[in-house]
Ligand binder design. Structure first.
Ligand code: SAM
Ligand code: SF4
Ligand code: SF4
Length: 336
């Protein structure tokens, strides 16, 4: 039986984003800058990660509180071995929408197995189609062509519509935005431009680096006219626009200039099993200890419910020059 839980701002718990690893094969400058995430960086030991069985139990119990959508993320989720086994076990729970966010590097190889295991859709991060710009942003010299191949295979095996996420940073890739929109227009894929956010404390975020979503809309609209459309559901993060000529839609994730905390129904679980009620939280609740204790299912559901009921996060709505320097967890750890 499902008994929905609401936080102090009357927001239900509907989505879980689960990070399955804190490791990544990219070093995107805005997420895992090389200077910090170097060879010496202390990544989590394997036994500290939630096992697939632990994740499955957590998802099964969260469903009793109203969770109906799960996104697998990381770090780079496709680095976690046998990931399709986790997908299959979550699928077997029934009634869940299952999605994943990946950098696409290993996608061409894994898309079919993910689809067969029951993944519904996929989001692929790709910041530019300009190979030089993209290689500089992922900072491991990874070519655009291989990510595009992954996107095509994902589309062919039925993981579409593929959403393509591009973080836009002033002076780095903003000059390639219109070209990207044009490339994916009429392909059935949905490109979403994301404002560069002050997650974590290693990416040197400055407000001046953010290209406001309104400017991105204006740039695209000047060449290919677009108009706003209604969200698909409450809590959808992207603001949707469609091309007036009927050739598809794009999305804008304007977490800095147009915050959407009022509709935020997402809980996040880090690779080592801490529950965070906000992307910008400082502390998580250690669910791994609970899962590895003698706690019964009922006790775990009760704890999850109490954590969510106490939630009052609305960081993006109160962001200011003071909040930028507050300690926060890294995006690669908590999951995007
Ligand atoms: N490695 C996978 C990937 O890149 O798709 C999944 C994890 S990644 C942390 C999830 C998403 O967070 C990606 O789309 C990435 O572009 C986005 N992201 C990371 N750091 C960001 C930042 N500072 N501002 C905005 N988006 C960010
Ligand atoms: Fe890795 Fe994704 Fe972060 Fe890039 S955004 S460094 S691909 S976790
Ligand atoms: Fe949700 Fe926190 Fe982002 Fe607001 S700042 S939308 S509460 S994750």
């Amino acid at each position: 039986m499902t008994v929905p839980v609401f936080d102090t701002l009357k927001r239900p718990l509907r989505d879980l984003r689960i990070s399955v690893t804190d490791r990544c094969n990219f070093r995107c400058t805005y997420c895992m800058p090389k200077e910090i995430f170097s060879r010496d960086f202390q990544f989590l030991d394997r036994e500290l990660l939630l096992s697939f069985e632990e994740i499955e139990r957590l998802v099964r119990l969260s469903r009793e509180l109203g969770v109906h959508k799960v996104r697998i993320t990381g770090g780079e989720p496709l680095l976690r071995r046998d990931l399709e086994q986790l997908i299959a076990s979550l699928k077997a729970l029934g009634g869940l929408e299952l999605t994943m966010t990946t950098n696409g590097a290993l996608l061409a190889r894994k898309a079919q197995a993910l689809k067969d295991a029951g993944l519904d859709r996929i989001s692929v991060s790709l910041d530019s189609l300009d190979d030089t710009v993209f290689r500089a942003m992922n900072d491991v010299d990874f070519p655009v062509a291989k990510v595009l191949e992954g996107i095509n295979v994902a589309h062919e095996v039925g993981l579409g519509p593929v959403k393509i996420n591009a973080v836009v940073k002033q002076g780095v890739n903003d000059h390639t935005v219109v070209e990207m929109a044009r490339h994916f227009k009429d392909t059935g894929h949905i490109i979403r431009f994301i404002e560069f956010m002050d997650v974590g404390h290693t990416n040197g975020w400055r407000l001046d680096d953010v290209v406001p979503a309104a400017d991105i809309v204006a740039m695209i609209n000047a060449e290919m006219p677009i108009e706003p459309i209604d969200p698909n559901y409450r809590g959808e993060v992207a603001r949707r626009y469609r091309y007036k000529d009927g050739s598809g839609e794009i999305g804008l994730i304007a977490s800095v200039t147009q915050p959407f905390c009022g509709d935020c129904t997402r809980g996040r679980i880090s690779a080592d099993g801490a529950l965070y009620t906000c992307l910008f939280a400082v502390k998580g609740f250690d669910l791994r200890a609970l899962l590895r204790s003698t706690a019964s299912d009922e006790e775990i559901v009760k704890t999850l419910s109490e954590i969510w009921a106490a939630r009052d996060d609305r960081y993006s709505e109160i962001r200011s020059s003071e909040t930028v320097d507050l300690p926060k967890v890294e995006m690669s750890y908590i999951g995007g």
